[in-house]
Design a protein around this ligand. Sequence first.
Ligand code: ZN
Length: 115
Amino acid sequence: MCKTEVSGRRDKIFCSVRCKSDYHEKLSKVTLTATERIDKILHRNRSILLELMGKNGIQKKIPKIELDKKKFNWTYITHYHVNNQGKEVRYLYDFSYIIFSDQEVLLKRVGGNKN
Ligand SMILES: [Zn+2]
């Protein structure tokens, strides 16, 4: 970090604890800048799903347009898998959704988190 020549153990890569923590601080700032925009979209998307599902809902079918109206962002998800009917199940944290050809969306809550 400071260009000081490092001496000591062969695998030592920082001159001091201070330099090491400076490095990790810079790294996490850069990571925050790079991920913030998409994190916000994901968080917002989850809020929309929660709102549409209702606090205690587990499963609900809603028209895709309801999500569009709330400016749901269809680009970002946390993960996905293809179910045994060949349908793509998309996830946003503890929620999942499947888009059907009739423009209906099946929303499910997959985790135990009720918040
Ligand atoms: Zn240093």
